[in-house]
Structure formats: structure tokens, C-alpha cells
Design a protein around this ligand. Structure first.
Ligand SMILES: O=C(O)CCC(=O)C(=O)O
Length: 294
């Protein structure tokens, strides 16, 4: 297991040896790498799900930073990709990985998201916690981040080490590349720190973890961790990523407070998505419409 701090000038990353198990790393750092866990067939099915979703956009698509050189594209919980992704996650590897990491007797699949970045100048996916956008309560959560290109750590997903155990911040409004910490909700939410501005002033100000990866590797990270996608560059001008989200026994329905905002045009209220509909606040999420894989 190798962790590396991203290196913006593109030079070789120092790769210290990490002797922790993936589960230990995950729960200490909020992120871990599982090397070569997807065989060719499962990786091809992941790519098929990505391509299908791309070709059949859903209601929660988002062009991030539209019209700027940082424009990139995401689709989230795409109804058109639902059955394909539910079929995909029945491959035994997903139950094996997620139950090992989460230490949960049962595991459910929540939903997918895809990210497409194209262009050497495309910048960051803003720092955020998924828990500022979705009604995810509890501890046993993980996102499996599956990219189809070889990626150096400085072009990959980044996590603030240990932030999955830390406070809930406001979300990013995702609409201003010059102000990525612009608040989504406002009000009583704790403002999101401007992590990149602080890192620019002092590179050591935030303890950030990222991993280099090859197709077939999976980066698992906690959705409550402060995370964001690093920029592309001339050596890595394209990234296609499928994210599959899972949860365990202790996950519960934690609706966002009344008056919360959404970043999706057609999704005025993230609390009302189909799979959450039968749930009362505090209910185990496993009682909703999610697919149990273990
Ligand atoms: O891949 C990215 O750029 C961002 C991923 C992300 O935010 C997520 O999976 O929640």
C-alpha cells in the first residue's frame, strides 16, 4: 500500500511504504487504495456502465464550471444507468471489498456517479463532503472511485487525512472556479474552508492524501471526508471515473435541514429521491429501496 502526497510540478512522487491493512488505512485516513482488485471482466463492466450513463444522461447531470476552461461533467444517480449499475455491483468483488473495509455484517449499494474531465487545463473538482449534499448519516460508508486511465497522484482524488472523523462543513456551490468554497447552504452551516487558497499560501497547511493508480485499482474513500478531484495537466489530459457508493448496518437516513439547497437544477430536494422515500429520519438506510449485496 503506497500513499503519496500530490506533486503539482509533475515530478516523481516519493512513495513511502505503508504497512497498514487497507481497513486500518481507511479508518485512519478516510481513504485507501486497493491495488488490482478489478479483473478485466469487471473493469469492462464498469466501463460499460460509465459509457451507458454518459450516453443516456439522467436528471441529476451537472456541467461543472460551464463555459470556462475548467468545464467538466458529472452525472449522479442516473435512473437510466440504475439497473446496469445494480447488476454490476452484484459481482462478488464489490461485496468482498466493501464488507472488508466497512467491517459491517451487511452491505448495501447506494448509487453511482460519473465524472468526465477532458482538457489539460481543466482544474479541480471543488473540495467538499458528500454529506453536505445527500442525506447520509452514520459511519459505515464508502465510495469506490474507479478510473479508467493510469493516474499520477497529483491528478487523482484527494482527501484531507482524517477529515471523515471531523466536522460537517457547508458544501461548495460548484458554480465559481475562482471561489470554490462559495457556500451552498449558508445559514447555520459551518463555512467550508478555502483549502486550495490556504495550500497555495502554505503547502503544509492541509494534510492531503492521494494515490497513483492504474486501471483495475480502486480508491476507496469516505463520503464524509473532505475530498476533491485534482486538476488535469498536459501529461494527464483526460479522466473518466465511475464512483460506486456503498453503506453498512449503521448508516441511517439523515435528511438535510429544511431550506437546504441543491447543486442539481432538477433536484430541488435531495431528500426525496426514490430510494429514501419510505424512510423516516433516523431509520436504517437498509430499510429503504437500496440493493443489498451482502
Ligand atoms: O472525481 C472527482 O473529481 C470527484 C469525485 C467526488 O467528488 C465523489 O466521488 O464524491
Amino acid at each position: 500500500m503506497n500513499a503519496a502526497t500530490p506533486n503539482p510540478d509533475g515530478s516523481q512522487e516519493a512513495v513511502p511504504v505503508d504497512r497498514r491493512t487497507p481497513r486500518e488505512t481507511y479508518w485512519e485516513d478516510g481513504i485507501t487504495k486497493l491495488s488490482g482488485v478489478l479483473d478485466e471482466s469487471v473493469l469492462a463492466q464498469c466501463r460499460d456502465a460509465f459509457d451507458w450513463s454518459l450516453g443516456h444522461p439522467g436528471a441529476f447531470t451537472k456541467t461543472i464550471y460551464e463555459g470556462t476552461e475548467h468545464e467538466h461533467w458529472a452525472d449522479n444517480v442516473n435512473p437510466a444507468a440504475r439497473e446496469r449499475c445494480r447488476q454490476l455491483v452484484t459481482a462478488p468483488v464489490f461485496a468482498e471489498i466493501t464488507s472488508a473495509i466497512l467491517d459491517s455484517q451487511h452491505v448495501w449499494y447506494s448509487a453511482e456517479e460519473i465524472f468526465l474531465k477532458r482538457g489539460a487545463k481543466v482544474g479541480r473538482t471543488p473540495w467538499h463532503q458528500d454529506t453536505a449534499y445527500a442525506p447520509y448519516g452514520g459511519r459505515q460508508w464508502c465510495n469506490l472511485w474507479i478510473s479508467f486511465e493510469p493516474l499520477p497522484a497529483h491528478n487523482a482524488i484527494e482527501v484531507v487525512r482524517g477529515s471523515h472523523l471531523g466536522p460537517q462543513y457547508d458544501g461548495s456551490s460548484y458554480d465559481d472556479p475562482d471561489n470554490p468554497a462559495r457556500p451552498l447552504h449558508g445559514g447555520d452551516w459551518t463555512p467550508l474552508p478555502d483549502i486550495e487558497r490556504e495550500r497555495a499560501a502554505d503547502p503544509g497547511s492541509w494534510d492531503v492524501v492521494a494515490y497513483p493508480s492504474e486501471p483495475g485499482d480502486v480508491i476507496a474513500f469516505h463520503p464524509h471526508a473532505l475530498h476533491g478531484g485534482a486538476p488535469l495537466d498536459a501529461r494527464c489530459p483526460e479522466r473518466h471515473t465511475l464512483v460506486l457508493r456503498f453503506f453498512g448496518d449503521d448508516a441511517f437516513y439523515r435528511p438535510l435541514p429544511p431550506g437546504s439547497h441543491s447543486i442539481w437544477d432538477d433536484d430541488a430536494d435531495a431528500n426525496v429521491r426514490e430510494d429514501f422515500k419510505r424512510l423516516e429520519p433516523g431509520d436504517a438506510l437498509g430499510k429503504g429501496g437500496f440493493l443489498q449485496i451482502r
